[in-house]
Design a protein around this ligand. Structure first.
Ligand SMILES: Cc1cc2nc3c(=O)[nH]c(=O)nc-3n(C[C@H](O)[C@H](O)[C@H](O)COP(=O)(O)OP(=O)(O)OC[C@H]3O[C@@H](n4cnc5c(N)ncnc54)[C@H](O)[C@@H]3O)c2cc1C
Length: 492
């Protein structure tokens, strides 16, 4: 290891955002970057990490994950995070969506300068090499993330039946579901995979051997941070599980939407009353963990008789709906199970894209325990919006493509009945895995993701989103990390 020089930046968490940060910050040889990841390096990846069709195996725990429960009024939803280099980008559904211009324009309108759609769209483009569209008004051809849409021969039987059946039932076929101008409609998910069809985690994409060889970058895996070393109101370093203390010029927490707020609270940065209840001295009284967004909704269970088919991941065909006809507000799609030779059961998920944000992340009984996570209640108009999704699902069930597919409902719902949505919700909400907004810009962080009232401390991951984008959240984390790294290198 070369002698340490320059400003020392310690990144906590080598996941989706942390890998991007480490790569981009270490491009600047005036900075010294240490990346600390709780889980193992890529050499320990289970083969299911690479194989998109086996992603649901990963959710069952064949590779390192942190598992937690998110409580709703009537059920507890298992939620998880990848615990390895690459983080949740190593276990997610590979879907690579951005959300809508109005999401980011809303961030800018709330006073967060530099986060409007026109600001962020160029970052989305720069992060990708789109293998279908190449350099185009909405796409890039030279970023680290190789992206393409599944081909029909890669898709499972049930997913093809959904794609074809929805078109037969009158939905518009959309060539690029990342183009807001083409929505609403049905299309195929863009996914982040390499040229051979293997999953590309953010660490594989951003931290290849040439980057890891940089003299100003140290990556330490199996290194769990338990707290921050705080002097006055300055984050002076971090403390590892084994008691080792690492000094830093700046600490960037990128431990994900559940564990970043936990680390802050354990270190005295959070709601004063909650910290005091846990015997933690208050360094900064901030609403950490007081908000939590997610995309939630009911799942309608189906069985497909016969082998699943295809090699694609769990998210393949997607209907992006607009309950008022024009303004996109829900996703409807079959979540494909892992590939098997026998009959396969799957959920048809209807996820609302608006979140009340009124979920929470609080410390458990002891600060060391897992956090207590509550789900955001559905927004007031959620049932009405979901009724539209169920009408579209009923239309799919009436299509020839559905009838010929070998798919049957596992529960005989009448999807068109007024109470169909509430009956499905009573069976339990499911989560898209898009926990966000637990340390939001605006109330906990400034627009450069610096913790308010603190020095030398930032959060950069899904936690920082002030509202949840109307799409899957992994690419948003990449975009945020790219933009904050640029600001940090410019001296912000
Ligand atoms: C099952 C599932 C499926 C999903 N599917 C999709 C999808 O298809 N498309 C999509 O866009 N989004 C999807 N998401 C969501 C998306 O993947 C996440 O929003 C995103 O990856 C979060 O990135 P992050 O950087 O905030 O956190 P992560 O990627 O989770 O990274 C956090 C990292 O911090 C490490 N860490 C945590 N605590 C510590 C500590 N104390 N010390 C050191 N290291 C620590 C963790 O091990 C982890 O590597 C899915 C999520 C789930 C759970």
């Amino acid at each position: 290891m070369a002698e340490q020089k320059g400003r020392h930046i310690v990144i906590v968490g080598g996941g989706t955002a942390g890998s991007v940060l480490a790569a981009r910050l270490s491009e600047d040889d005036g900075l010294w970057v240490t990346l600390l990841e709780a889980g193992p390096d890529e050499s320990a990846y289970d083969s299911s990490v690479f194989d998109p069709a086996r992603a649901p195996d990963a959710w069952l725990g064949v590779c390192p994950i942190a598992r937690t429960l998110m409580h709703t009024d009537n059920n507890a939803i298992p939620i998880l995070q990848g615990r390895m280099l690459g983080g949740t980008s190593a276990v997610n559904g590979l879907a690579t969506l951005r959300g809508l211009p109005e999401d980011y324009d809303g961030w800018a309108a709330s006073g967060l300068e530099g986060w409007g759609w026109q600001d962020v769209v160029d970052t989305f483009k720069a992060a990708e090499t789109d293998m279908d569209f190449g350099a185009a008004p909405l796409h890039g051809d030279s970023g680290p993330l190789t992206v393409r849409r599944w081909r029909r021969d890669e898709m499972s039987h049930a997913q093809l039946a959904f794609l074809d059946g929805m078109i037969e039932a009158g939905s518009d076929a959309v060539a690029d579901i990342n183009d807001p101008g083409q929505l609403p409609g049905i299309g195929v998910f863009p996914v982040t995979i390499d040229a051979d069809g293997n999953r590309l985690t953010t660490s594989l994409a951003y931290l290849p051997p040439a980057v890891r060889q940089r003299e100003n970058l140290v990556i330490r895996t199996n290194s769990q941070v338990t707290g921050l070393h705080i002097e006055g109101r300055r984050a002076a370093g971090v403390i590892l599980e084994n008691g080792e203390q690492i000094e830093a010029g700046e600490v960037v927490i990128a431990a994900g939407a559940l564990w970043s707020p936990v680390l802050l609270m354990r270190s005295g940065v959070g709601p004063a009353a909650h910290l005091t209840d846990h015997g933690i001295g208050v360094v900064a009284d901030l609403p950490v963990g007081e908000t939590q967004h997610d995309h939630l909704g009911p799942g309608v269970p189906y069985r497909h008789e016969g082998p699943r088919g295809g090699t694609a991941g769990p998210a393949q065909s997607l209907y992006i709906g607009a309950s008022n006809g024009t303004d996109v507000d829900y996703h409807l799609f079959p979540i494909a199970p892992a590939a098997t030779d026998g009959p396969t059961d799957f959920n048809m998920a209807a996820f609302l894209l608006r979140s009340s944000g009124q979920g929470t992340v609080r410390l458990g009984e002891s600060p060391e325990a897992d956090p207590i996570v509550t789900a955001p209640p559905l927004p007031d108009d959620g049932m009405e919006r979901l009724r539209h999704a169920f009408d579209r699902l009923a239309a799919w069930e009436r299509s020839d493509a559905f009838r010929e597919s070998g798919c049957t409902p596992l529960i005989p719902y009448d999807l068109t009945k007024p109470d169909a949505v509430s009956v499905a919700i009573e069976r339990g909400l499911i989560s898209y895995g898009h926990m966000t907004g637990t340390c939001p810009m605006g109330s906990v962080l400034d627009a450069d993701c610096r913790v308010l009232g603190m020095e030398g401390l930032r959060v950069v991951d899904a936690s920082v989103m002030p509202t949840i984008p109307s799409g899957n959240t992994y690419l948003g984390c990449v975009m945020i990390a790219e933009r904050v790294a640029r600001k940090m290198r410019a001296g912000s």
